[in-house]
Design a protein around this ligand. Structure first.
Ligand code: MTE
Length: 882
C-alpha cells in the first residue's frame, strides 16, 4: 500500500498549506502541492496541516426562513432541508461535503436543531453564562469572558456525526420514527475552547457523582434540550470532551451553538449540547425528555407501536447510544455518475469517507465487487494525524495532540478499480473496520428510531453500451432516486438479505424485517407525471389538488361529502398534506384515496416540495387573524388552569395583542404536537371556549385522558398536559363542515340553511363546540333559536363548563333547556341518570324539519345516537356530527 502521507490524490483538496498567522482574507494563494506531496514546512509560518476550506459566510436571510423563528440566521441555500422549512435540519449535497475536504466550512456543516435557534448578539457573547451545579462542592456560574480568560484555551479537530446519518436507507426498508438523512450527516471542524474536565474539576465533584448532564437554551415542546454523559469520560483526557466557542477560527454560527456548546468527540452528535446553559452533576443519567426519547437503538423487533405503548423501552439505559459505530460511504462515484468504459484511464478511482467512535482508529477499509465473496484493501488517509506533529497556538487555542492517540475525525479512503472489473460487477460495496475489530455489518439493523445505520454501503452499476452508470442507495429527505427505492418499487424485498435482488432459481427470501402493512392509496398502473406548476395551478377552492406521499389527488369531487368539511380539503390545496392526512384518517378513508388519485409528482416537483418551498403565510405581526388555513402557526402556552383532576383550561398567546383567533362559530381548529415517545405528529381538532372576538389570547378546555392499567390514555391530551408554560403548540384552521351565522342561519358544507331549533347532544369534552354555538344563540337577544342541550357524563365532577352554561341560560328559559345525565350519579343527584339514549331525545325534543341536531362526543356515543335517531325518523341531513 502506498504511504498515505505521500499521496493526497484520494483526499479532495483537503490539505492546504497556509500561513495561519495572517487573517484568512489576506492569505497568499495556496502553494501547489509538491509532486510527492511531502511536507513543505521549512518556514515557521508555513505549516502542513489541514486548514479550513475557503468559506463564504452567508449574509442574507433566505426567504424561506423569513417567516420562521430563525429569521435572524443567514444560511447557505445549498443545504438540503430534511424536515421542511423549520426546524432547521440539513445536510450538504454529499459531493459538496466531500469536496470541502477534511474540514467543513460552517455554512455547509450539517445542522440538527430540535427547535428554534436562540438569538444571541455578538455584544452579548462575553456575558453569556452557564452554571455548574448538582453534586459539586463548589457550584459555579461562569461567563464566556471568564471561560476565555481564566482557563487554558485549546484547539482540536473533531468530527461530529448525527446518529441518524444514513437513516434514509432504513426508512426505505421500513419507515422509522426519524427523518431521512442521506450520508452527509457528518462534518468536521477545528474547535476552540476549554477542556470540560478543567471546568468540572474546579467545581469539585462530590464522591458519588457519576454523570454530567447538560442543558441548552433552546426551548422545546418537552423542555430544554438536554442529555448526559459519564463523568469519568469527561475527566479522561483521552476522550477530549470540550466546551467550544469557535469553529474553524470563527465565532460559532447560530445554528452550531453560538455562543457556546459542548463537543464530545467520538460520540453521536446528539450528546454535544449547543447553546449551553447548564452542567449538572448527578448520580443517575439525565432524566431530560430528549435524553430518554432520543438517540437510542431499541431492539429490532420493537415496533413503533410497541415503543409508543410501553415506556420501558425508552428508559432502559442499555439502548442509549454514546460511541459511534464504524461507518463509511462511497462519495465517488457520485450518484448518477456516468463513466465511459473505453475512453480515458483504465482504472476508476473510487473514494469516500469512514469514521468510528470512542476515539478508535479506522484500521481498514475494504471494497468488494462480488457481494462480499472477495475483498480488496483500500488506501486510507488520516489528515487528522498531521496535527499530531504540530504543537503551537492555533486560532487562540493550544493545539497539542502529540501525546494523545485517539482518533476523533473521519478519514478518507480511495482505491483504483479496474474498469473491466467494474464492467463485470453489478455493484461496489465498502465496509470499514476499527481498531477494536468492529466491522460494518452486511445487513441492516433496523430499529424504531433508525439510528446508527451502518451496513456495507452499496453503489450499483448499470452498464448501458460503453457507459457505466452508478447509483447510490438513496437521496436525502423526500428527494427521489437511488437503487433502494427502485428495487422496492419493482417489488423487491429489501430485507431479503440480498438487497432485494431475486436470486436465480430462488424465490424471495423471507423478510427479516416486517414490512409495514401499507394501505394502497394509488390507482394501480396510473402513470401521469405532474409538475409543480400544474400542482400550484390547482391551489384553488374550486379544484383543490393536494399531495400525499408524492402522489397527487384531486379533492374536487369529495368537497361536499367530506365529513371534515370542504375547508380542510381546500386548506390542503397545492401542498403536501401527508402528515396531517396520515395522522387523522382511518384505514377506510385511506383506502378511498385511490378514487381521487390523478398522478405522481415528477422528480423536480418532489424536490421542490421536499425543499420546503411551500407557502409560508403572511407575517404574523400584521395579521388580523391568528389562524391560517394552510400554515401551522405557533401559539405559546401562556397559562394553565386546573379545573379538576383531569380537566385544564390552557391559555395560549397569539402573535400580538390585537390579534383575533379567526374562528367562526361552530368551526374547529387543528392542533399539532409531537408524540413524546415517537415524535410522530399528533393532530387533533379542538374548539376553544374563549370568545371568538377575544384579542391576543385564546382558551382551550381540555380533558386529559390519563393512561390507566386498561388504557393507553389520550396521546394529545397527555402531551398537552406536560407542556411547560412558554412552550408552543401549532395550530391551523378553521376547519369543519358547519358554521353558525346567527339568528337561525347555518352554513352546512357551504350551503345556507335556516333552522328554528337546535338539539345539542354531547358527551365529555364534546361540549366545547356545542358551547360555542349555544353561547352565540344565548348572547344575541334577536336570536330566537331554541336550544336543548343533552349532556352526558360519568361523574358529577366530569360536567364541563356547567356554571357557564347555567349563566347563559339564566333568564332565557323560553329559549333553552339544559339536561345533564350521569352514568355514576351521586345519591343526592336530582338530574337524569344513565346514558344519553334515543328515548331521552324523544322525550325532550321535537322532531321537525326546522330542527338541527348537533352531536359531539366519544365515537361510540355518536354511533349509537346515529342509529337511534335514524330509527326515530330523523334524516341524515338533520344530523350534524362534529
Ligand atoms: N443541542 C441543543 N441545545 N439542541 C439541539 O437540538 N441537537 C443535537 C446536538 N446538540 C441539539 C443540540 C444533535 S441531535 C446533534 S446531531 C448535534 O447537536 C448537531 O450539531 P450541529 O447542528 O452543530 O451539527
Amino acid at each position: 500500500m502506498e504511504d498515505p502521507n505521500r499521496d493526497s490524490q484520494g483526499v479532495p483538496e483537503a490539505i492546504e498549506k497556509l500561513d495561519i498567522q495572517k487573517p484568512r482574507d489576506a492569505l497568499p494563494p495556496t502553494p501547489p502541492e509538491t509532486d510527492d506531496g511531502a511536507s513543505n514546512s521549512s518556514a515557521d509560518a508555513q505549516v502542513d496541516i489541514p486548514l479550513p476550506p475557503p468559506s463564504t459566510t452567508p449574509e442574507k436571510v433566505l426567504d424561506v426562513d423569513l417567516k420562521t423563528p430563525d429569521a435572524h440566521i443567514p444560511r447557505d441555500p445549498r443545504l438540503i432541508r430534511l424536515t421542511g422549512v423549520h426546524p432547521f435540519n440539513v445536510e450538504a449535497p454529499l459531493t459538496d461535503l466531500f469536496n470541502e475536504g477534511f474540514l467543513t466550512s460552517p455554512e455547509l456543516f450539517y445542522v440538527r436543531n430540535h427547535g428554534a435557534v436562540p438569538e444571541v448578539t455578538d455584544a452579548e457573547i462575553p456575558n453569556w453564562e452557564f452554571t455548574v451545579e448538582g453534586m459539586v462542592d463548589n457550584p459555579l456560574t461562569i461567563s464566556l469572558r471568564q471561560l476565555m480568560s481564566e482557563y487554558e484555551q485549546i484547539t482540536c479537530p473533531i468530527t461530529l456525526v448525527c446518529a441518524g446519518n444514513r437513516r434514509k436507507e432504513q426508512n426505505v426498508v421500513r419507515k422509522t420514527k426519524g427523518f431521512s438523512w442521506g450520508a452527509a450527516g457528518v462534518s468536521t471542524a477545528l474547535w476552540t475552547g476549554v477542556a470540560l474536565s478543567e471546568v468540572i474539576r474546579r467545581a469539585e465533584p462530590k464522591r458519588k457523582a457519576k454523570y454530567v448532564c447538560m442543558e441548552g437554551a433552546d426551548k422545546l415542546p418537552n423542555g430544554y434540550y438536554g442529555t448526559s454523559v459519564k463523568l469519568n469520560w469527561v475527566l479522561d483526557p483521552n476522550r477530549g470532551v470540550m466546551l467550544a466557542y469557535n469553529m474553524n477560527g470563527e465565532t460559532l454560527t447560530p445554528d452550531h451553538g453560538k455562543p457556546l456548546r459542548v463537543v464530545i468527540p467520538g460520540q453521536i452528535g446528539g450528546r454535544s449540547v449547543k447553546w449551553l446553559r447548564k452542567l449538572i452533576l448527578t448520580e443517575d443519567p439525565s432524566d431530560n425528555w430528549y435524553h430518554i426519547y432520543d438517540n437510542r437503538v431499541l431492539p429490532t423487533m420493537v415496533s413503533p407501536e410497541q415503543s409508543a405503548n410501553d415506556p420501558k423501552w425508552w428508559t432502559d439505559e442499555r439502548y442509549a447510544i454514546y460511541d459511534l459505530n464504524p461507518n463509511s460511504a462511497i462519495c465517488f462515484p457520485v450518484h448518477e455518475e456516468q463513466v465511459s468504459i473505453s475512453q480515458g484511464p483504465e482504472t476508476y478511482r473510487a473514494r469516500g469517507y469512514a469514521y468510528s467512535g470512542g476515539g478508535r482508529r479506522i484500521t481498514r477499509v475494504e471494497i468488494t465487487l462480488d457481494k462480499g465473496k472477495s475483498w480488496q484493501l483500500a488506501n486510507v488517509e488520516y489528515p487528522e494525524d498531521r496535527y499530531r506533529e504540530f504543537e503551537r497556538d492555533l486560532y487562540g487555542g493550544r493545539m497539542d495532540m502529540s501525546w494523545r492517540e485517539s482518533c476523533f475525525c473521519w478519514c478518507f479512503w480511495w482505491i483504483d478499480l479496474n474498469k473491466e472489473d467494474l464492467k463485470n460487477a453489478k455493484d461496489i460495496f465498502v465496509r470499514s473496520m476499527d481498531e477494536s475489530m468492529n466491522v460494518q455489518p452486511r445487513d441492516m439493523y433496523w430499529s424504531v428510531l433508525g439510528m446508527m445505520n451502518n451496513p456495507w454501503f452499496r453503489v450499483t452499476i448499470d452498464i448501458q453500451g460503453d457507459t457505466m452508470r452508478f447509483e447510490h442507495p438513496t437521496q436525502p429527505a423526500l428527494m427521489p432516486g437511488g437503487w433502494m427505492e427502485r428495487v422496492k418499487k419493482a417489488g423487491g424485498n429489501l430485507a431479503n438479505g440480498f438487497w432485494g435482488e431475486r436470486l436465480e432459481g430462488e424465490g424471495q427470501e423471507a423478510a427479516k424485517v416486517d414490512e409495514q402493512k401499507e394501505i394502497c392509496m394509488i390507482k394501480e398502473g396510473l402513470k401521469v407525471p405532474i409538475t409543480i406548476d400544474e400542482l400550484r395551478k390547482h391551489d384553488t377552492a374550486e379544484e383543490p389538488w393536494f399531495v400525499l406521499n408524492g402522489e397527487v389527488y384531486d379533492g374536487t369531487k369529495f368537497l361536499e361529502e367530506h365529513p371534515g368539511g370542504a375547508q380542510s380539503i381546500v386548506s390542503a390545496a397545492g401542498v403536501d398534506a401527508t402528515e396531517e392526512f396520515m395522522a387523522i384518517h382511518s384505514e377506510t378513508a385511506k383506502t378511498m384515496m385511490t378514487n381521487y388519485h390523478i398522478g405522481s409528482l415528477d422528480d423536480a416537483a418532489r424536490t421542490t416540495l421536499a425543499a420546503g418551498e411551500t407557502e409560508a403565510g403572511a407575517a404574523s405581526e400584521t395579521r388580523e387573524h391568528f389562524l391560517q388555513p394552510k400554515v401551522w402557526t405557533k401559539a405559546i402556552l401562556h397559562g394553565k388552569k386546573i379545573v379538576s383532576w383531569d380537566t385544564r383550561i390552557f391559555t395560549f398567546k397569539l402573535d400580538h395583542a390585537e390579534q383575533k383567533l379567526g374562528l367562526p362559530v361552530g368551526q374547529h381548529l387543528m392542533v399539532r404536537l409531537h408524540d413524546p415517545a415517537t415524535r410522530e405528529a399528533i393532530i387533533r381538532s379542538y374548539t376553544p371556549i374563549s370568545e371568538i372576538n377575544d384579542l391576543g389570547y385564546m382558551d382551550m378546555l381540555v380533558k386529559v385522558y390519563f393512561a390507566t392499567n386498561g388504557s393507553k390514555g389520550g396521546k394529545m391530551s397527555m402531551a398537552m398536559d406536560s407542556l411547560p408554560i412558554g412552550h408552543f403548540i401549532e395550530m391551523k384552521g378553521p376547519i369543519g363542515k358547519f358554521e353558525y351565522k346567527g339568528e337561525g342561519l347555518c352554513l352546512i358544507g357551504g350551503k345556507e340553511r335556516r333552522i328554528k331549533s337546535f338539539v345539542m347532544i354531547c358527551g365529555g369534552s364534546g361540549i366545547t363546540p356545542i358551547y360555542q354555538v349555544f353561547r352565540a344563540v344565548m348572547r344575541d337577544r334577536e336570536d330566537r333559536t331554541k336550544c336543548t342541550i343533552l349532556d352526558g357524563n360519568r361523574l358529577f365532577e366530569d360536567i364541563l363548563v356547567k356554571e357557564e352554561l347555567e349563566a347563559l341560560s339564566e333568564g332565557n328559559d323560553a329559549k333553552c333547556k339544559i339536561l345533564h345525565t350521569l352514568t355514576r350519579a351521586p345519591g343526592h343527584w336530582t338530574g337524569l341518570r344513565g346514558r344519553i339514549t334515543g328515548k331521552l331525545v324523544e322525550e325532550h325534543c321535537v322532531r321537525d324539519q326546522e330542527t338541527l341536531v348537533l352531536i359531539c362526543g366519544p365515537e361510540t356515543m355518536e354511533k349509537a345516537m346515529h342509529v337511534a335517531l335514524k330509527e326515530q325518523g330523523w334524516q341524515d341531513d338533520q344530523l350534524m356530527f362534529f
